[in-house]
Design a protein around this ligand. Structure first.
Ligand SMILES: [Zn+2]
Length: 78
């Protein structure tokens, strides 16, 4: 079970994956360098995926997903 503090809300629009808000700099609606297929791969497998936020160049390691959240390997909520 991954703690809620590690979760990042996301949506998919026009085949692009957006974070509702960057956990590092607070920018709203950030397009992530991920495709919807990558989100499904995280959900179905033991895979990991590093993403770099384009707004502030911070890097986050993703380890799981569900319909609403991407899950990181460390806490990202205060
Ligand atoms: Zn940012």
């Amino acid at each position: 079970m991954i703690p809620f503090r590690n979760s990042l809300p996301y949506d998919i629009q026009m085949n692009e994956v957006y974070a509702s808000e960057c956990p590092f700099c607070g920018t709203a609606h950030v397009r992530l360098p991920l495709k919807p297929g990558d989100v499904l791969d995280l959900r179905s497998g033991p895979g990991k995926r590093a993403v770099v936020f384009p707004c502030c160049r911070n890097r986050l390691q993703l380890i799981d997903s569900d319909d609403d959240y991407l899950m990181a390997d460390r806490p990202i909520r205060r």
